[in-house]
Design a protein around this ligand. Structure first.
Ligand code: A3P
Length: 255
């Protein structure tokens, strides 16, 4: 495929699985078969996974990679590469809620004792992958240094078709007739929840305890409102203002 000269890297603080699916459909020009037959971790391997080296050998071109790594780790190499980077961010309050529930499934993460305790750790940046604030600020700081497109989870919700068009023009990827309709259908929450190649149900129970809930949990905007107490919300807003007050963001999240 001549349209994308380097790899496409999806760097995310959230919205990872959704973006992997969208890019799979864009890369396949709307053919859902790869997304229905190949697990997402093979279609868009994680840079930080040990098996990545083997997985990379078999991926075609353009290559699609995924990471949660922070910008300082990757930016120097990316600046010397032809990679196109797509950074996905989500309202951090919804990230905290989603990540809290994920901790119940993921056996490789510590058991969160309570939402309140987890929220404290989230705000202190002592959760897996560190501080959300540092992560987002780090990748936003690359806007003039990398070939990078910022996308929010909320934009995907509001206008999946329009965001997919923006992604295709950023990647220089042609849109075949029918691609957007196929993408909208296949990348809907319900279709992905039922797709074993995207919903992580193939991961063994020792790694993800599926009896504790589904990875494809709710997929909504604003679920934090049903989890945060007024005190937790006030604390979060204070901390957010301290950390992000001067930052130019890709979205104004309702706080
Ligand atoms: P919730 O836990 O709020 O439901 P990531 O892939 O970065 O780990 O993010 C997981 C979150 O993305 C989960 O959020 C999951 O439900 C949501 N998600 C995945 N695919 C989605 C889709 N097609 N539509 C809406 N939300 C989706």
């Amino acid at each position: 495929m001549p349209w994308c000269r380097g790899p496409a890297l999806t760097a995310t603080s959230a919205g990872t699985t959704w973006m992997q699916e969208i890019l799979t459909l864009l890369f396949s020009l709307g053919d859902a078969r790869p997304a229905k037959t190949i697990p997402n971790w093979e279609r868009a391997p994680w840079l930080e996974q040990i098996y990545c080296r083997e997985a990379l050998r078999d991926t075609g071109s353009p290559r699609l990679l995924t990471t949660h790594l922070p910008a300082p780790v990757l930016a120097p190499a990316l600046q010397r590469s032809k990679a196109k980077v797509i950074y996905v961010a989500r309202n951090p309050k919804d990230v905290a809620v989603s990540f809290y529930h994920f901790h119940h499934l993921a056996k490789f993460l510590p058991d969160p004792s309570s939402f309140d305790a987890f929220l404290t750790q989230f705000l202190e940046g002592t959760v897996h992958y560190g501080s959300w604030f540092e992560h987002v600020k780090g990748w936003l700081g690359q806007r003039h240094l990398l070939d990078i497109l910022y996308v929010t989870y909320e934009e995907l919700h509001q206008d999946l078709r329009g965001t997919a068009q923006r992604l295709s023009s950023f990647l220089g990827c042609p849109l075949a007739p029918g691609t957007l309709a196929a993408l909208e259908q296949h990348c809907s929450f319900s279709a992905m929840r039922d797709n074993a190649m995207a919903n992580y149900s193939l991961i063994p129970a020792e790694i993800m305890d599926h009896s504790q809930g589904r990875f494809m949990r709710k997929g909504v905007v604003g679920d934090w409102r049903s989890h945060f107490s007024p005190e937790q919300n006030a604390l979060f807003n204070r901390r957010y203002q301290e950390e992000m007050g001067d930052t130019e963001l890709p979205a104004q999240w309702p706080m």
